[in-house]
Design a protein around this ligand. Structure first.
Ligand code: NDP
Ligand code: MG
Length: 381
């Protein structure tokens, strides 16, 4: 039996993690739940899982009488305080955005293993987070499907060098659209992801293809390969979740129908696998797996991410912060979809390179990026 903290318990990843936990009650004890503002949903989960700690950044008017058995925390820093109080063995970090960095940082200190869905924590705090994980000798297990796929393939490495990582991308909702139409895509069109059902922010990131850029940065930090050895390929069926290539050209792929319970279960049970009722792949009915090179002319965000990664430790923080501002403005229908890459590029051009020595430097750079993005955003209102 292992105890588990779920940060972002009401989200897409959090909900699917709870689905696995329900299937394995004698292996997984959910003992800490953290969310942002979904009070009613959290109350239901606390009733069901009876964790020792629960937390929300937004304080509700009251806590139902029957839920006073657990320790509650509220406020911006509630995830760190909740983790310290619960001291769970595992932390599944699935808060969206840089807002989840604090939880990852604290989880490395207080938990035995960190199961990482929150890619923005690595994009922004990558060098610090991985150095801390190494120093504390804490495993950082990937939950993002591509990184889980690579991690699974790497189990067969047996000391051999890897020549290349190949991340697959669905191509997002606008994959086949022309540039002019992409620029005017509506929120509903962008959120209609062809293969995965995910939270709103990451679904927008898939449509701009910045998600793949963030994932290249994430892979860089997790697996320690140089940027030019991390490729991305569009694979619209989302059956191959990613690949590794050895020096002799042998390429290993991890495959399955798109379902995040695969990678979540792999991280939870690692090194054991936790079956969750996944259907066997029916190759005959799939018939075709197709691939195409990413079109960086129509989807410029991928190159912005690569350039940021090559530039400095601070540029990926700027890329991420500006993107969070732009995506939020798009989802609130203040700006057109086509403004997102322009806002990110503008913030990258405006913000000077900063030395990143500690977490405070990360947050300062993020704040600078947000100011630059807000300035750029004005042009599109
Ligand atoms: P969702 O938007 O569905 O869920 C986000 C969760 O985080 C919610 O529980 C939300 O609570 C909570 N939350 C948001 N802000 C805060 C905060 N400041 N403090 C505490 N809790 C907070 O996101 P996803 O589940 O889609 O994504 C989560 C992370 O996982 C992202 O980094 C994403 O990139 C990554 N990821 C997601 C995949 C997916 O399939 N969804 C696949 C691969 C990676 P509330 O409900 O109260 O708002
Ligand atoms: Mg992914």
């Amino acid at each position: 039996m292992r105890t588990l903290a779920i940060l972002g318990a009401t989200g897409s990843i959090g909900t699917q993690t709870l689905d696995i936990a329900r299937r394995y009650p004698d292996r997984i004890k959910v003992d800490c739940l953290v969310v942002h503002s979904s009070a009613e949903k959290l109350f239901e989960l606390v009733r069901e899982f009876r964790p020792s700690v629960a937390a929300m950044t937004k304080q509700p008017d009251s806590i139902p009488e029957d839920l006073h058995f657990c320790q509650w925390f509220f406020g911006e820093d509630c995830s760190s305080r909740a983790l310290k109080a619960a001291k769970s063995q595992d932390a599944l970090c699935a808060i969206v955005g840089i807002a989840g960095l604090d939880a990852v940082w604290t989880a490395l200190d207080v938990c035995e293993r960190v199961l990482l869905a929150n890619k923005e924590a690595l994009v922004t705090g990558g060098p610090l987070v991985t150095a801390n994980a190494a120093r504390l000798n804490k495993p950082l297990l990937p939950v993002d499907s591509e990184h889980s796929a690579i991690f699974q393939c790497l189990q067969a490495r047996q000391g051999n060098p890897v020549r290349r990582l190949i991340l697959t991308a669905s191509g997002g909702a606008l994959r086949t659209w022309d540039k002019a139409r992409i620029a005017k895509a509506t929120v509903d069109e962008v959120l209609a992801h062809p293969t995965w059902k995910m939270g709103r922010k990451i679904t927008v990131d898939c449509a701009t293809m910045l998600n793949k850029g963030l994932e290249i940065i994430e892979a860089y930090h997790l697996f320690g390969l140089p940027e030019d050895k991390i490729d991305a390929i569009v694979h619209p069926q989302s059956i191959i979740h990613s690949m590794i290539e050895f020096e002799d050209g042998a390429t290993l792929a991890q495959m399955g129908y798109p379902d995040m319970r695969g990678p979540i279960g792999y991280a939870l049970g690692y090194p054991e696998r936790l079956p969750y009722g996944a259907k066997p792949l029916d190759f005959a009915s799939l018939a075709q797996l197709t691939f195409e090179a990413p079109d960086t002319e129509r989807f410029p965000c991928l190159n912005l991410a690569r350039a940021a990664l090559r530039d400095s430790d601070s540029a990926p923080i700027v890329l991420n912060g500006a993107n969070e501002v732009a995506v939020d403005a798009f989802l609130n229908r203040y700006i057109p979809f086509g403004a997102i890459p322009a806002i990110i590029e503008s913030a990258l051009n405006i913000c000077p390179t900063k030395q990143i020595n500690n977490i405070d430097d990360v947050y300062e750079t993020d704040a600078m990026a947000r100011r630059a993005a807000l300035d750029a955003l004005g042009r599109f209102l």
